[in-house]
Write a protein that binds this ligand. Structure first.
Ligand code: 5CA
Ligand code: ZN
Length: 431
């Protein structure tokens, strides 16, 4: 699958500090990537299930992982970035049936819209953008190996993974047994299915259902007893990440709704199949964006869509700034006021950088770098630029600065460009 065009990321002078992020598994801030400057950083971020358009929650999540990569690059790390598209799964097939569309056409058109939204928001694209359907041979290979290891089993033609074959199962999300069961049932799991060895065991391979697409598992798959079918959800991401990044990747990312079961189970599958650990060195989760007190979700339909705002003429950079005003791990509700204050801020910043000279910006770069490296404190980073803009406005108020006498304010011609490059490179906002 192809991704979307990459925005330019201006190089900044010097080098940013090591980035510290909150790791869900460690329950603490940790330095990322573990390797020193110059060493590559490997990141896998869970992609969309393309049955509806990009909403503010998606945008907020992909923005968080875009900012991490900008900060890593600024700290001297080349980045390998992989993202999937869950282009076959229950919710997609159900939506296609409900709306009378062809499921493939639905997946294709929503993925195309997602690419447009990501491009408009200046989100860095993955190096490998990989669909579930095109990854079926990779999934089959892992399922066959898990069957051979005796940690997968058949239930009426479907294949399940024994999650407790991983002795560290549970160490990503730290939920207790009761919370796991409840959350598993809410997020696509089937704890009550008869024939499973343990309620939490998850689907690896689903035999084809009437009227649903199914793929031939190939000779090795058939020899292992697989019927025509399709991948389970968690193994899809494990297979794609192992193929393109390998074990011990620096960061597995997604929204906080993916910590359990998705990232917990994917990690266990990868760790058991390879016999290595950890699957990922850090697990980073963004908060949930809601609307009117409820998590924004395609299934509930309470959506503020990126494309709808764009088509109404809203500047995507204002959308980006509206999201940046919240910490990436916060859960918050989108309101019109978020967008209005972002539009004011964008106009103010643009006015401040569009003059031939401005108050010096020498201390701004270090301050923004320091805020971002501290678990992506974007509200703090915006405050640094706001303070510079306020100094600029105050300088204008004391009289244009033409004559630098007592009480007048120093200006220089480099400052507007410096600020534009910092804001572009580290925050992704084109002024
Ligand atoms: N295809 C799977 C991941 S493999 C999936 O969860 N797709 S999704 O379309 O439902 O979500 C895509 C990404 O957006 C996930 O990282 C998810 O955690 C995130 N996300 C979904 N809803 C919200 C929300 N309301 N706020 C923030 N992030 C969200
Ligand atoms: Zn995933």
């Amino acid at each position: 699958m192809h991704a979307w065009p990459a925005p330019e990321v201006p190089e900044l002078p010097g080098r940013g500090p090591a980035v510290r992020l909150h790791d869900t598994a460690a329950r603490a801030l940790v330095p990322t990537p573990a390797a020193g400057p110059g060493e590559p950083a490997r990141i896998y971020v869970c992609g969309i299930t393309p049955y509806d358009a990009t909403h503010m929650g998606h945008a907020n999540t992909y923005l968080a992982f875009d900012l991490i990569q900008r900060a890593w690059r600024d700290a001297g790390h080349p980045v390998s970035y992989v993202q999937n598209v869950t282009d076959v799964d229950d919710p997609l097939l159900e939506r296609a049936v409900a709306t009378g569309q062809d499921w493939e056409a639905l997946a294709e058109s929503e993925t195309a819209l997602f690419r447009e939204d990501m491009t408009a928001l200046r989100i860095l694209p993955p190096e490998h953008y990989v669909g579930a359907v095109e990854s079926i041979p990779l999934v089959v290979d892992l399922v066959v190996r898990l069957l051979e290891q005796g940690v997968a089993y058949d239930v009426d033609g479907d294949v399940y993974f024994s999650v407790h074959s991983d002795p560290t199962f549970g160490s990503v999300s730290h939920l207790d047994g009761a919370e796991m069961l409840k959350t598993f049932a809410e997020r696509g799991g089937d704890p009550e299915r008869p024939g499973k060895k343990h309620q939490l065991d998850c689907l690896l391979w689903m035999a084809g259902r009437d009227g649903e697409p199914a793929w031939d598992p190939g000779a090795a798959g058939r020899a292992a007893g697989l019927r025509d079918g399709r991948p389970g959800w968690h193994i899809e991401c494990a297979a794609i990440a192992l193929e393109h990044l390998g074990m011990g990747l620096d960061l597995q990312g997604g929204g906080s709704d993916l910590a359990f079961p998705h990232h917990e189970m994917g990690a266990s599958e990868a760790q058991v199949v390879t016999g290595e650990r950890p699957y990922a060195q850090t697990y980073v989760h963004s908060g949930m964006v809601g609307l009117h007190g409820e998590k924004m979700s395609k299934s509930k339909g309470n959506l503020v869509l990126v494309s709808k705002l764009r088509h109404a003429g809203v500047d995507p950079m204002a959308i980006r700034l509206a999201l940046l005003a919240h910490h990436y791990r916060a859960d918050w509700d989108w309101t019109d006021a978020d967008l209005e204050s972002a539009q004011l801020r964008l106009a103010r910043w643009r006015a401040a950088v569009s003059r031939p000279d401005a108050v010096p910006a020498d201390d701004v770069l270090d301050a923004v770098r320091e805020r971002i490296a501290d678990d992506l404190d974007t509200p703090g980073a915006l405050a640094v630029i706001d303070a510079w803009a306020a100094r600029q406005e105050a300088a204008d108020a004391v009289g244009g600065g033409e004559d630098v006498g007592s009480g007048a304010v120093e200006r220089n011609t480099a400052a507007p460009g410096q600020i534009s490059r910092i804001v572009d490179s580290l925050l992704g906002v084109a002024l």
